[in-house]
Write a new protein. Structure first.
Length: 187
């Protein structure tokens, strides 16, 4: 656009202060954008989780150090961070942000794994988890499901992978079944 055209266009807008409007707009976009996440809900994968192999009994606590004694220190299992607000005037809802396993290669209690999320060093090396806690901690819940004491480690890892593949939580970056990972590479 030439200077003459630009000047004519500005006159067409009258007394609008475009610079101020742009600044206000950019601030509004930034304020909302920081909460934006992509959720992928694959009904086939979610429906395929029947729990018959490893039935899970889920419990949850509000995310906070004061809740640590409510998480078992003698059991391992799977866990999930979920954004939800259980107040009665809201419909039941939840956004699964992360799914994990209390011990990948050796026994580790759910209690010990939960306590890791209160260590600055743990959060510094995991930017997605750090963002999750910083952005959503007032509504964050820690869901956990202890598993049978004799469940083989390979089955525990496979269970975690099935859950992650079904829900594809936005704060998880690995442990996705190969066929789904291949399909995701197309995007």
């Amino acid at each position: 656009m030439t200077d003459a055209n630009s000047s004519a266009a500005a006159q067409d807008l009258g007394s609008l202060d475009l610079a101020a409007m742009a600044e206000e707009n950019d601030a509004a976009v930034a304020a909302i954008k920081k909460y934006e996440l992509l959720f992928i809900l694959n009904t086939e994968k979610i429906s395929g989780l029947d729990g018959s192999e490893n039935p899970l009994a889920w419990n949850s606590v509000r995310f906070g150090k004061q809740e640590i004694d409510k998480v078992p220190d003698d059991r391992e299992g799977v866990y999930a961070f979920v954004i939800s607000d259980p107040r009665a005037f809201l419909p039941p809802h939840g956004y699964i942000m992360y799914i994990g396993l209390s011990g990948k290669n050796a026994f580790r209690s759910l209690h010990d794994r939960y306590s890791d999320y209160f260590k600055p060093s743990e959060l510094q090396r995991r930017p997605r988890i750090k963002r999750m806690i910083l952005q959503w901690h007032p509504l964050l819940r820690f869901h956990f499901a202890p598993v049978a004491r004799d469940l083989p480690r390979a089955e525990l890892k496979a269970l975690e992978k099935r859950l992650i593949t079904a829900f594809l939580p936005p704060c998880c970056k690995g442990d996705i079944e190969a066929d789904t990972r291949e399909k995701m590479a197309a995007f």
